[in-house]
Write a protein that binds this ligand. Structure first.
Ligand SMILES: NC(=O)c1ccc[n+]([C@@H]2O[C@H](COP(=O)([O-])OP(=O)(O)OC[C@H]3O[C@@H](n4cnc5c(N)ncnc54)[C@H](OP(=O)(O)O)[C@@H]3O)[C@@H](O)[C@H]2O)c1
Length: 335
């Protein structure tokens, strides 16, 4: 809250290419009273996700876009301040689609109670949250890396990519991460223990893939699409697999997004490409936590967070993921 008034970030209209910057409006609408089965929540953290660019694009997708004038959709976590719901009490920590706002009134079934002793609740928006589950299920359930295989992950130092890359490493694969800049690449090899890192902003991606994948690529976890997907396709092995998790390089202009010119490699090399969203796996979240929590507490995987403070800084934070200015799961601290 600013000056004790609730604050909301609203989308005024669908942005065109390159102008998502101009669509955000701050409002101070009062909250309505809670009804039976509802809770009032004070939001503490909001998750900033590349997928938000799809939510403000007026096109067919896995969920309807945000309506012009509506509060911007976001995952968030916070604390219950008032409750008329049997399953949630004052003081409970919760997560769900809360929107970008300081406070909200929610039906209890739209929220999930969170908490683990000794774990900061905002971890349930990062490594132990949606991006952690995405990296885990995408890599282990769809990709299924095998001992000794060569696995390539793009946006590898980010929230999803870092979990996917570490899951493949723990499965015994040789893992090459792709990221922008020497700092992120150093993090991949020195901190996360990947076998090699490719700086797509400064290296020749085709030459670097050849040098680092002398036996070809068995499995590619794609977060970016575009030119990097094309470069990887050129070096996929016969019957290789591609997990299509995202395509961030294409999100600013869905209307002219282009498929790879060498797409026929899927045919000539008998590749399997499979896309997914976390929606497919929501019923299996406990399974992800069973793997992620001990792997993290025992130091077998690392999570990195990047925290921006202040709801008024949402527009800057939103831009950061598309400019590569975040390093780790990007969170907006509200409270
Ligand atoms: N399928 C699902 O259910 C699901 C769920 C969550 C996320 N995702 C997808 O997973 C991907 C990663 O999301 P995240 O939350 O983990 O974000 P993140 O990786 O933490 O942050 C985004 C990163 O993407 C990289 N990037 C931005 N523009 C790029 C471009 N044009 N080409 C190559 N890399 C670019 C930047 O890193 P560099 O500095 O390395 O360029 C940036 O830091 C996104 O595509 C997202 O949509 C999918």
């Amino acid at each position: 809250m600013t000056d004790n008034k609730p604050v909301q970030i609203r989308m005024s209209d669908y942005p065109g290419k390159g102008n998502a910057r101009n669509i955000w409006r701050i409002t101070h609408d009062p909250l309505r009273s809670i009804e039976e089965g509802e809770v009032l929540v004070r939001l503490d953290y909001i998750s900033i996700d590349p997928g938000m660019r799809g939510w403000i694009t007026n096109k067919r997708s896995y969920m309807p876009p945000v309506k012009p004038g509506g509060v911007m959709r976001a995952f968030g976590m916070g604390e219950v301040l008032e409750s008329r719901a049997t399953g949630l009490a004052v003081g409970d920590q919760v997560t769900g689609f809360t929107g970008v706002q300081t406070h909200g009134v929610f039906k209890q079934e739209s929220l999930r109670k969170i908490g683990l002793p000794g774990v900061s609740p905002h971890m349930f928006l990062s490594g132990l949250g949606m991006t952690g589950y995405t990296g885990y299920f995408g890599m282990t359930d769809i990709g299924q890396p095998q001992d000794g295989e060569t696995v390539v992950v793009s946006a590898a130092s980010g929230a999803v990519g870092s979990v996917a890359a570490q899951a493949a490493k723990l499965a015994g694969a040789r893992v090459i991460g792709i990221a922008g800049g020497s700092d992120k690449c150093g993090y991949l090899t020195d901190e996360l223990g990947l076998d090699a890192a490719i700086d797509y902003k400064n290296d020749d991606i085709n030459a670097a893939l050849s040098a680092n994948c002398p036996d070809g690529i068995d499995l590619y976890f794609d977060n970016v699409g575009g030119d990097i997907l094309s470069a990887v396709l050129n070096q996929m092995n016969y019957k290789g697999r591609i997990v299509v998790c995202g395509g961030i390089s294409q999100y600013d202009d869905f209307a002219s997004a282009a498929g790879p010119a060498n797409f026929m490699t899927v045919v000539t090399h008998s590749l399997t490409m499979r896309g997914f969203t976390m929606r497919d796996y929501m019923h299996r979240v406990p399974e992800a936590l069973e793997w992620l929590v001990p792997a993290w507490t025992e130091g077998r995987i690392k999570f990195r967070e990047h925290i921006v403070e202040g709801i008024e800084n949402f527009p800057d934070a939103f831009d950061m993921v598309f400019e590569g200015k975040n390093h780790g799961k990007l969170l907006l601290k509200i409270g």
